[in-house]
Ligand binder design. Structure first.
Ligand code: NAP
Length: 488
């Protein structure tokens, strides 16, 4: 049942599209339902953009581009800082809204709002540091002037698992650089992004600069925009499968692309690791967001001499977690996003067990309502199990023993993905050696979380292209222009 506080919040939440600075209905008044994954109940209906609505949004972004590019860095800095403050002022209600549509416990949702807001504070600073250069030509007789310009109107597509932070990680640098955008949130979680549009409008972001179009038919709405020639950049966070399709579509007009795609993170525990730290790190790397994170520890390799103890301790911690509706006090593990996610986790666990894995805790899908799955630890998971190759995206820890460093590194790299890896060891030389050999854009050394707005986030191989956050994040939204100047 939805509580009174939740009902009041839903009654005043934004459900229309945000286009050209106006809150508008979709063509024909089309809507789709947003569902609470903890109960299966419909929360509200949201405008369902048509391809024409998408086109109008991109035209609005395109029309606003020149004037927004002409704002001063200090003006954009001010908008971003104000948006940071507003997000933090509304942290509690935005967290509740996120929990209602996505399921994560409210405490975690509050953490995501703070994380999301921090991207605005960070990029407020970056807006002031857009650099350039002036130098003599080495051959003489000329000067080089190098300057940075916004790439132009952007298409930003975000997933459901971090409904706010995946938006601010793109919108922050886009605004800082002077780019306008059209944002399409995932159909499961449009409410957070619509609430963010409200915040940005109040923070003084001009009409047309940020446009939000929720849509059920994401491919039909976005493909014509990608191919239109009006957009200059596509920044996507989501699955590798969809990312590859979008890269092909982007080729037609040679769009700048940033791709934050899927992961299959190895988590390696050496025999010399501090086991308390390794278990705590594993719990974080596995259970953040109920395991529904691209950074989630997917394959946990533990040295054969400590895997027994590690498995017992991890299973004890996992079975202590309280599963329940994320809006309720004390809930530590919310539901999965939908029944398809629940089916997939159930299938992956059954497959691993059929191939010889032992269940240390969990492993049974509960009856409804809601799309819950219990924290689960499997040990002796075969390299042939499907969960070794696919993102589990659920609260299931898959333990596999190894005996040598080489074997661990080879197994860790045996994947087309390369987003993040975690390594636990107290041997400094080994830590650095393994961190260098592991094929990933990010490595957590003796830590289970790497996400930080001030650090460059992104993957290699099929986990993506480009980086978000850090000092490089804004570069994705800037073009470098060189002006050659004849002298004398
Ligand atoms: P998804 O199915 O790829 O969807 C991501 C977004 O793309 C959603 O907004 C979705 O909209 C949209 N979309 C789907 N098909 C599309 C198409 N043909 N054209 C245009 N847009 C399309 O991924 P997801 O299930 O939402 O998210 C989970 C995935 O995201 C996982 O693989 C996870 O690892 C990855 N992820 C990566 C990062 C990272 O930073 N590397 C961060 C978070 C998540 P609809 O769903 O509404 O159709």
């Amino acid at each position: 049942m939805t509580t009174t506080a939740a009902q009041e919040l839903l009654a005043r939440t934004r459900t229309r599209m945000y286009v050209g600075g106006e809150w508008v209905d979709a063509t024909g008044g089309a809507t789709f339902d947003v569902v609470n994954p903890a109960t299966g109940e419909v929360l509200c209906a949201v405008a369902d953009a048509s391809p024409e609505d998408g086109r109008r949004a991109l035209e609005a972004a395109s029309a606003a581009q020149a004037s927004f590019a002409a704002t001063t860095p200090l003006e954009r800095h001010g908008m971003l800082l104000r948006a940071f403050e507003l997000l933090m002022e509304r942290q509690d209600e935005l967290a509740l809204l996120m929990t209602l549509e996505m399921g994560k416990p409210v405490a975690e949702a509050r953490g995501e709002i703070a994380y999301a807001a921090e991207f605005f504070r960070h990029f407020a600073g970056e807006a002031l540091r857009i650099d350039g250069g002036y130098q003599s030509s080495p051959q003489g007789g000329a000067r080089f002037l190098v300057t940075k310009q916004p790439v132009g109107p952007c298409l930003l597509i975000t997933p459901w698992n971090f409904p706010m932070a995946m938006g601010t990680r793109k919108i922050g640098p886009a605004l800082a650089a002077g780019c306008t955008s059209v944002i399409k949130p995932a159909h499961q979680t449009p409410l957070s992004m619509l609430a963010l549009a409200d915040v940005l409008s109040e923070a003084g972001v001009p009409a047309g600069v940020v446009n939000v179009v929720p849509a059920m038919r994401s491919g039909e709405v976005m493909e014509p925009l990608i191919r239109s020639g009006l957009a200059r950049k596509l920044s996507f966070t989501g699955s590798t499968k969809v990312g590859k399709v979008l890269l092909e579509q982007s080729a037609e007009k040679v769009l700048r692309t940033s791709m934050e795609l899927g992961g299959n993170a190895p988590f390696v525990v050496f025999e010399d690791a501090d086991l308390d730290e390794a278990v705590a790190g594993c719990l974080q790397a596995k259970m953040r967001n109920m395991g529904e994170a691209c950074t989630a520890a997917n394959r946990i390799y533990v040295h054969e001499s400590v895997i027994g103890e590690f498995g017992e301790r991890l299973a004890a911690r996992m079975s202590d977690l309280t599963v329940g509706d994320g809006t309720k006090d004390g809930s530590q593990v919310g539901p999965l996003i939908d029944d398809a996610a629940q089916d997939k986790v159930e299938m992956l666990v059954r497959d691993a067990v059929d191939r010889g894995a032992d269940v240390l805790t969990g492993g049974r899908r509960p009856d409804g309502p809601g799309f819950f799955y219990p924290p689960t630890v499997l040990t002796g998971v075969s390299g042939e199990a499907r969960m070794a190759a696919e993102e589990i995206f659920g609260p299931v820890a898959a333990l596999t023993p190894f005996s040598t460093e080489d074997e661990a590194v080879t197994a860790a790299n045996d994947t087309p993905y390369g987003l993040v890896a975690y390594v636990f060891t107290n041997d400094l030389r080994r830590a650095l050696r393994v961190a260098e050999r592991i094929e990933a854009g990010m490595v957590g050394l003796n830590q289970g979380v790497v996400s930080n707005p001030y650090a460059p986030f992104g993957g290699i191989k099929e986990s993506g292209l480009g980086r978000e956050g850090g000092s490089v994040g804004i570069e994705e939204f800037l073009e470098t222009k060189y002006i050659g100047i004849a002298m004398g």
